[in-house]
Ligand binder design. Structure first.
Ligand SMILES: CCC1=C(C)/C(=C/C2=NC(=C\c3[nH]c(/C=C4\NC(=O)[C@H](C)[C@H]4CC)c(C)c3CCC(=O)O)/C(CCC(=O)O)=C2C)NC1=O
Length: 170
């Protein structure tokens, strides 16, 4: 089921039959107040997704050149394309989670079974996580240049992907 910040909060209160209290209302307020920025960020990501994927993967392959050398996991055209496609998946689903203000969609559509798949195909998690973090930094830079006030909203979905993939704290 698709969940956003509002439905997930209401669900929690409904389970225990409570009215929304001060905490709930504060968190709803901050979600709605950040709404315009979330949509601006999603618009910016949508309009630049091919460049973000291309530039972030270029930087990743500069930092970890073994990936695209013989024997590397992104070596051969097929695997190189699979890698860029995965980056695009992370970016697109992160943009959904950003608008929703909730990471549940990432658990459900992206992370489910992913570690097992990556392990069985030898896709290295460290560089994948690095690719996700590079995209995050690029988007924050773009948002900052565009004068957006709360660029740290970008962190949550990318850091969630990173944490869940690597079991490390960000
Ligand atoms: C929407 C949710 C979703 C995700 C996330 C997803 C990921 C995903 N990535 C895969 C493969 C892959 N993923 C990579 C990615 C990389 N290799 C590297 O060295 C880099 C570190 C990295 C790119 C940053 C590669 C190279 C493969 C192909 C591996 C192979 O077939 O040998 C596969 C195996 C099947 C296939 O090749 O399509 C899946 C399921 N699929 C999905 O439906």
């Amino acid at each position: 089921m698709l969940v956003d910040a509002v439905t997930s909060l209401i669900k929690n209160y409904d389970v225990t039959g409570r009215y929304l209290d001060r905490n709930a209302l504060d968190s709803l307020k901050s979600y709605f107040q950040s709404g315009t920025t979330r949509i601006k960020l999603a618009t910016m990501i949508n309009g630049n997704s091919p460049d973000i994927v291309k530039n972030a993967s270029r930087q990743l392959f500069e930092e970890v050149p073994e990936l695209i050398r013989a024997g590397g996991n992104a070596y051969t055209t097929r695997r190189y394309s699979a890698c860029l496609r995965d980056m695009d998946y992370y970016l697109r689903y992160a943009s959904y989670a950003l608008v929703a203000g909730d990471n549940a969609i990432l658990d459900e559509r992206v992370l489910q079974g992913l570690k097992e798949t990556y392990n069985s195909l030898g896709v290295p998690v460290g560089p994948t996580v690095r690719g996700i973090q590079i995209m995050k930094e690029m988007i924050k830079d773009m948002a900052f240049q565009a004068g957006m006030d709360d660029v740290n909203l970008v962190d949550a979905p990318f850091d969630h992907l990173t944490r869940e993939l690597s079991d490390i704290s960000v």
